[in-house]
Design a protein. Structure first.
Length: 270
């Protein structure tokens, strides 16, 4: 895998919905000249799930199998493939799979929606971990949802378009925002090291520019009156790696308390 395979990268141009001015966040320039939020790391590395590492705890919640199917034919194309975190089940495309992969084109879809393009067979365990992570996120949303929306369109954006992530009712709360792409690569979007630990104003706005390549990312927002510094610190170490499984463990490790979680799937189109 190379950095060209990430389904969505967010160029940074951000503001905070707070009254007091805040120091500008550090900017990182990628090879194409885009300004990125986050830390650039070797995107080809898959970190091991090592319970002894503070940045890679195993999930405490049960992880259900993820069902993979080829777009056509028998699932023998997956012979020898093993999961990273989520157990894998191989089925035909007509047996309600979670993910459908086209070996010829590399297109990966979930419930009929394309989530990634040019996906290699070796990328599929990371994609399955993403499914497991988003399942858990949705469970937490049902328990206590965090209000969030994307403007101007809550579902899709064109390449190069500005997208503003609006998070409501977060005064006095710590906030963390990350994305996970179709093959399980996680990116910490908020906070940077210079962002405020606790939000002072009722609302937080994080403008982002959608950049190439096209695909679908899930944006995840956490807010709590508790401490998210450990979660953020560990997720920063995993930034831009295929670490959806590790992110699931980190999410389970967050003190429940008054945790609120929100998520949106954003498709970036040509």
């Amino acid at each position: 895998m190379t950095d060209r395979r990430s389904c969505l990268r967010f160029a940074l141009i951000w503001t905070l919905a707070v009254a007091a001015p805040v120091a500008a966040a550090p900017l990182v320039v990628d090879e194409g000249g885009s300004l990125l939020r986050g830390i650039v790391t070797d995107q080809s590395v898959d970190l091991p799930l090592d319970p002894s590492r503070a940045d890679a705890p195993r999930p405490t919640s049960a992880v259900a199998p993820v069902r993979l199917a080829p777009k056509k034919g028998e699932p023998a194309v997956f012979d020898g493939l093993t999961g990273r975190l989520a157990p894998l089940e191989f089925v035909r495309a007509d047996v309600r799979p979670d993910l459908v992969w086209d070996p010829a084109s590399g297109e990966l879809s979930e419930r009929g929606d394309v989530v990634a393009l040019a996906v290699d067979r070796a990328d599929l365990p990371g994609a399955a971990d993403r499914v497991a992570l988003i399942r858990r996120v949705r469970e937490l949303v049902q328990r206590a949802g965090q209000t969030m929306r994307l403007q101007p369109d809550d579902r899709a954006a064109r390449l190069g378009a500005r997208v503003e992530l609006q998070i409501s009712d977060v005064a006095g709360r710590s906030v963390a925002v990350f994305s996970v792409d179709g093959i399980g690569r996680t990116t910490l979007l908020y906070p940077t090291k210079l962002d405020p630990t606790v939000i002072a104003a009722p609302d937080l706005a994080v403008p982002l520019d959608a950049s190439a390549p096209t695909g679908t990312d899930n944006l995840v927002v956490l807010s709590t009156t508790g401490d998210l510094s450990g979660f953020v610190r560990s997720l920063r170490r995993l930034d831009r790696r295929r670490a959806a499984g590790e992110a699931l463990g980190l999410l389970d490790a967050v003190d429940g308390g008054d945790l609120r979680v929100g998520t949106r799937a954003l498709m970036v189109q040509p």
